[in-house]
Ligand binder design. Structure first.
Ligand code: SAH
Length: 232
């Protein structure tokens, strides 16, 4: 059984979008994963097919109705009862590579995309939903966040990425940022590739990469470094 992605959205035409291209697109064509969209509006209950309403307590914008969301989620859960439901929201737990790895090892994901001001909060109490943020930024909708999440999962699926190794050395996999890369030309505008990388001494290269990864993490991501240190 291949990884089953289901996206609940008001804009199904945004999919597969970037996920239909390159690595993810090829894997989709090969059946290594599947992608279905569910139009949230199909679960509206009035004849105007309304999905949103004004916020209780007043204020700007519109809020996605809990009854409509529940109907759409129940539909997806009936299709894929084993897939976790992830709602894209800046209020969620920040997505990280560890969670992506767990999701990619599972049967698939059902992704709920918000629009407007977001979701009626009661949906999170009424249905089993994991709230996920893709960073401390505000997007206009959950679709780009869903594309990011799915892209991160799909590249980890068996047989999707060319070199098996390039998955394990990647940034975050070891708790560190990855070391920097270089390629030809050896000299560019007076800047030369570090000598050690041309030494052919694999042990020395491995040591240099390790040191670079540590130094860069310490400098660029003190938060990651802090978490890494107790182990290191
Ligand atoms: N009023 C909300 C933002 C709504 S943005 C707030 O301030 O928290 C509209 C939709 O875009 C959200 O419902 C969510 O689905 C999506 N979105 C925006 N930023 C996001 C982020 N950082 N991570 C995941 N989804 C996001």
């Amino acid at each position: 059984m291949s990884f089953a992605a289901t996206v609940l959205t008001l804009y199904p035409e945004m999919f597969p979008g970037p996920l239909g291209i390159s690595l993810a697109g090829r894997a989709l064509g090969e059946g290594k994963w599947s992608l279905d969209t569910v139009q949230i509006r199909d679960f509206a209950i009035d004849r105007h097919r309304t999905v949103d309403d004004t916020p209780a307590g007043g204020g700007a914008g519109m809020v996605l109705r809990v009854d409509v969301l529940a109907a759409a989620i129940d539909h997806a859960l009936a299709m894929h009862p084993d897939c976790p439901v992830l709602a894209m929201t800046p209020r969620g737990r920040p997505l990280d590579q560890q969670r992506v790895r767990e999701l990619a090892a599972g049967p698939g994901v059902t992704v709920l995309c918000g629009r407007f001001e977001g979701f009626d909060e009661r949906i999170f109490a009424g249905r089993p939903i994991e709230e996920v943020s893709v960073g401390d930024v505000v997007l206009s909708g959950g679709e780009p966040a869903a594309i990011m999440l799915l892209d991160a999962c799909v590249r980890l699926l068996p047989g999707v990425m060319g070199g098996a190794e390039s998955g394990t050395e990647e940034s975050f996999e070891s708790g560190l940022l990855e070391y920097p890369h270089y390629t030809r030309p050896v000299e560019w505008e007076g800047r030369v590739i570090p000598d050690v990388l041309r030494s052919g001494d694999h042990a020395k290269i491995a040591r240099w990469r390790r040191e670079q990864a540590e130094a860069d993490t310490r400098e660029r991501r003190p938060d990651l470094w802090e978490r890494y240190c107790p182990r290191g």
